[in-house]
Design a protein around this ligand. Sequence first.
Ligand code: TGC
Ligand code: FAD
Length: 389
Amino acid sequence: ASSVHPFELFAIDGLLSDEELEIQRTVRTMGERELRPHVADWFEEGQIPARDLAKRLGELGVLGMHLEGYGCAGTNAVSYGLACLELEAVDSGLRSLVSVQGSLAMYAIWKYGSEEQKQQWLPGMAAGDTIGCFGLTEPDAGSDPGSMRTTAKRQGTDWVLSGTKMWITNGSVADVAVVWARTDEGVRGFLVPTDTPGFSAPEIKKKLSLRASVTSELVLDGVRLPADAMLPEARGLSGPLGCLNEARFGIIFGALGAARDCLETALSYAAGREVFTRSLASYQLTQQKLADMTLELGKGMLLALHLGRLKDAGELPPERVSLGKLNNVREALDIARQCRTILGANGITLEYPVIRHANNLESVLTYEGTSEVHTLVIGRALTGEAAFR
Ligand code: TGC
Ligand code: FAD
């Protein structure tokens, strides 16, 4: 019997330009050929060849791809989203590497940096020769970054940074850390070369999610920086939050990549698996699961594309980003868990990608604003009442 791909049922490709389709195909091909064969091992071992990966992703042109100038490709937002989708179809950890490099570390410099800072850092970061990380979260300040304790104090013309950042993607492999700290004039951002005395980045081990991604603590023990290490154009919490909008946008598409991979796996598994007398795919209960998941995947994709078009038109305020991040990550996680049931016991091994995606999506639900935070952002937009505190 013939079958149709979930995205084909929704006629998604017809909504994309030739250039967008080409970028999507290129990233997908590279991911399938070069990343997928290794990713289950990276996940199992809890180790990735981050330097080689960054270099290869730089060659592919996806690091900071939606930024203009300084060696960046300057694509539209939808193309960037599609690249995130294809990388996350392999593993959320790979999309994380790209999100943090391009949307958090590079974007912070691109948006808030001086011309000298941009010239110094961005071309190497776009090429993947230089790795960046983004330190906002602290052990006691996650959803509420305004309560951060890390300080930057003036000593003559220098700045001295002290404090601890937690859960920082790419931390231990980074060459430069974008660190947000409290100063007498509010929260400011600093570019910290990671070989500066007083800086260390121990890796966080024993994770059961995003194992194919480096996650670290950043320790700032009296890190002395020159005056020009500060990002001149970022003032207050709107600086880091402005970067988060960019990374959250990538996740709106990215999470659907993980979901698509789970659904494709479950469809093919159900077609080949005989239970009782027939293929698992021929039972009504299975078809209900597959139909419901296809609906959510397709609706999520339509939402992502709509938000992408709005972003390209300059009409994507933060509460719209929250709509996409909340919906698409939540639904992707539900899809991953439901697909897991279709694979039965095979669903719990790394022989199939499904439980790896499901475990990864637990992190994706939490980072870049938890589902509760995005719910409250939408609630504030609807009612005018902030319920965070
Ligand atoms: P609030 O009073 O609302 O705002 C403070 C200032 O910030 C402005 N603002 C924003 N600006 C740009 N984009 C946004 N999304 C913004 N949201 C708020 C706001 O206008 C204000 O500006 P000004 O000039 O008046 O000072 O702030 P609040 O303290 O009440 O907090 C609001 C809340 C809870 C929504 C916010 O703090 C928040 O988003 N919390 C979640 C934190 C978060 O997402 N952390 C992520 C860390 S990075 C990460 O997880 C990377 S993982 C990546 C990977 O591996 O892929
Ligand atoms: P908390 O803020 O302590 O929240 C705990 C629970 O309380 C959550 O369910 C939350 O939704 C809920 N909650 C909080 N406030 C409210 C409220 N007002 N009302 C109701 N419920 C509430 N951070 C970085 O800065 N850079 C990175 O590169 C980075 N990478 C990460 C990578 C991984 C793998 C992970 C897991 C996290 C990463 N983070 C990073 C940190 C991430 O952004 C935070 O974990 C996240 O913002 C939540 O903060 P928290 O873990 O401190 O949880």
